[in-house]
Design a protein around this ligand. Structure first.
Ligand SMILES: Nc1ncnc2c1ncn2[C@@H]1O[C@H](COP(=O)(O)OP(=O)(O)O)[C@@H](O)[C@H]1O
Ligand SMILES: O=C(OP(=O)(O)O)[C@H](O)COP(=O)(O)O
Length: 377
């Protein structure tokens, strides 16, 4: 595997669709995302092209732009069966803002959209919902497969004991996951940044613990969940705190939560209470979204205890999310989307699925002639 690709699961889930398209004579312009314009983490996707070419056993070209006249020229010179990966959509500020002019430029690369990439189906971005304002589109097999698979996990199951473990760093784990599963599950185990937020909402000192990218909104959501009293929440008596950036496993030490996390320290792990481990072993359905601890940095106690309590059996346990699936040793059922899967489970839909439903009108009419103005790059 390419060392830059920690996990290829999300790319590989699109291979069958790409094969089907080229075999039917389509010219395939691939638009995909990684990182963010906001923090400068978006990089070239050339290494992805190499992986695709290897897996598809056919040439796949890379063109680093996607909204320029040159990119449109490249797309118009493609032949049936060609695949070109265009530049990372996150190089543009307008992508995550759902900028209409940028979406229009993306739409010049083709004449229909096959929407895959389930993991970003909850984002109303220029390259997914935006593009569907301008071109007729359809759900690629990868999107249909994940959405259909997850539908059996939606809703409540009063006939069985259910649990949710919510970890990781992204705010969706709190804003969607904690809020939703507190209503529908018998046991919720806050972990990762969700745990730090819940401990803070309970009035504990979490010192320099990571509170994610939307700390205020997540804190409000955690307070509401606690005030509702709906959920049986696991709150550990002991957490593991590490100084500095927590990357040295031996530097972590146990801290009684009542004593508060020492200054200059951050929570990196926690001790799963025996009653929760026992209950997890008896659940009929458990969802785990977000790595529970700083697993790759060697902080593994709670993650290992949780995984040891779970059965890797279809219909019983589901692991959700890019990093979660890539980081944890797990051979059971998974979904490649984290936030998108939580959104689908909580609301029954996602931004992209809604946009596809609205797009049927466009699919039978002519393409729009009104060209928005400036591209926001
Ligand atoms: N206590 C913690 N503090 C900071 N980061 C954490 C903590 N626990 C887990 N994490 C990090 O969360 C990351 C995964 O988060 P996230 O991106 O939300 O998951 P996913 O991609 O599966 O949706 C992991 O890389 C892990 O190191
Ligand atoms: O949310 C995502 O994955 P995740 O919820 O599994 O972390 C998608 O990769 C979307 O990426 P983004 O969070 O950069 O918009």
């Amino acid at each position: 595997m390419d060392p830059e690709l920690i996990s290829t699961a999300r790319i590989d889930s699109e291979l069958a669709d790409l094969e089907r398209l080229v075999e039917s004579g389509a010219r395939v312009a691939v638009l995909s995302h990684q990182g963010s314009h906001r923090d400068g983490s978006a990089t070239s996707l050339e290494h992805v092209t190499e992986h695709l070419a290897r897996r598809l056993n056919r040439p796949v070209r890379y063109f680093p732009e996607n909204a320029s006249d040159e990119a449109v020229r490249v797309s118009r010179n493609m032949h049936p069966g060609d695949i070109v990966v265009f530049g990372n959509t996150r190089h543009h500020a307008g992508e995550e803002q759902g900028d209409a002019a940028l979406a229009y430029r993306f739409a010049q690369l083709g004449d229909q959209v096959a929407v895959g990439g389930f993991s970003k189906a909850h984002r109303a971005h220029a390259s997914n919902t935006g593009l569907l304002e301008h071109l007729p589109g359809f759900a690629a097999g990868s999107l249909v497969t994940e959405a259909r698979f997850l539908s059996s996990w939606a809703g409540e199951r009063p006939d069985t004991c259910s649990a949710a473990i919510l970890g990781g760093r992204k705010p969706e784990k709190t804003l969607i996951g904690l809020v939703h599963f507190a209503e529908t599950c018998d046991l919720v185990i806050p972990a990762g940044v969700v745990l730090n937020t819940v401990l803070r909402a309970l009035g504990h000192d979490v010192a320099d613990s990571d509170l994610g990218t939307k700390p205020a909104a997540c804190l409000d959501a955690a307070r509401e969940v606690l005030a509702s009293g709906n959920a049986r929440l696991h709150v550990p008596r002991t957490v593991w705190a590490a100084p500095d950036d927590g990357t040295t496993p031996r530097a972590a030490h146990p801290v009684a939560i009542e004593d508060g996390v020492p200054d200059g320290h951050a929570i990196v792990d926690f001790a799963l209470e025996p009653w929760a481990a026992e209950l997890l072993g008896k659940t009929g359905r458990t969802v785990l979204a977000g790595t529970p601890t700083r697993y790759l940095d060697g902080h593994r106690e709670a993650s290992d205890a949780i995984l040891a309590s779970l059965e890797p059996v279809a219909g019983t346990t589901l692991l959700l999310g890019g990093d979660t699936v890539a980081e944890l040793p797990w051979s059971g059922p998974v979904a490649t989307g984290g936030g998108s899967a939580l959104e689908l489970l909580a609301t029954g839909t996602c931004a992209v699925l809604d946009a596809l439903r609205n797009n049927t009108r466009l699919a039978v009419s002519n393409l729009p002639h009104d060209v928005p103005g400036e591209v926001n790059t």
